[in-house]
Design a protein around this ligand. Sequence first.
Ligand code: NDP
Length: 259
Amino acid sequence: MGNHGKVALVTGGARGIGLGIAAKLAEAGFTLAISGRRSLEQVQPALDEIRKHSPASIYAQADVSSGEDRRRLLQAVEESFGRLDVLVNNAGIAPRVRADILDAQEDSFDELIATNLKGPYFLTQAVAAWMIRQHASDPAVHRSIVNISSVSATVASVNRGDYCISKAGIAMATRLWAVRLAEYGIGVYEVRPGIIESDMTAGVRGKYDALIEAGLLLEKRWGTAADVGRAVCLLASGELPYATGAVLVVDGGLTLPRL
Ligand code: NDP
């Protein structure tokens, strides 16, 4: 069936990297459900962009850190499409304030973990249960879960320890779910972006411009949402078989050790 008729849910799919992923998946034939905290009115232009390729696509307002919102989100997908083939755990936040780990506060830690780790972990749990049921009735379909982590899963930044820990956690969550869901034919993957142009990095633009200029990357440019979208699309389309649990690094060479 290719990707046509298949449904993909992208959390945080109405801007930034999530929109890049959703647009690429729509272009590749998927029908999209995107989610975020903002109202439908606020995200309408993004939804219109996705609908150019995939007219039936929907938006659901849902805070990924809330169990009740996650339940309503999946209910909306089920009511609209009756199936879910791909989950992309993309929604995430940076710390409100970058603070040295000697001073950083617990409330920031709690917010980061709830949004970037606990939310996607339990959304995966709920989606996994649904995908297992779908597998029982239709085992031939390729289903997948893709987690958007970060180079911060392994690169230590002492002014945002909470963020690094949330991303290291989602890297392990990927491995755990890959092991648990393999018997149901569900591929679980991690896409690990480097420095990507988005609202999240807008405030540190100058810092990263200087680092890139000084040779931080092998590919000397900012990454784009479309770069990440292509990687996710490859995995979601089943174009990388025999690779469950894989980490796809999209960082222009940032984390390649050099002497
Ligand atoms: P943005 O800040 O541009 O966008 C964040 C997205 O996440 C928005 O769509 C936002 O939607 C959504 N979101 C945030 N909090 C919640 C929440 N509680 N519930 C539901 N949705 C939420 O960030 P990016 O696009 O840059 O980041 C996307 C992902 O990529 C994140 O996980 C980030 O950690 C990761 N990443 C980013 C990198 C970068 O350089 N930009 C590098 C590596 C990884 P809304 O505002 O509508 O709620």
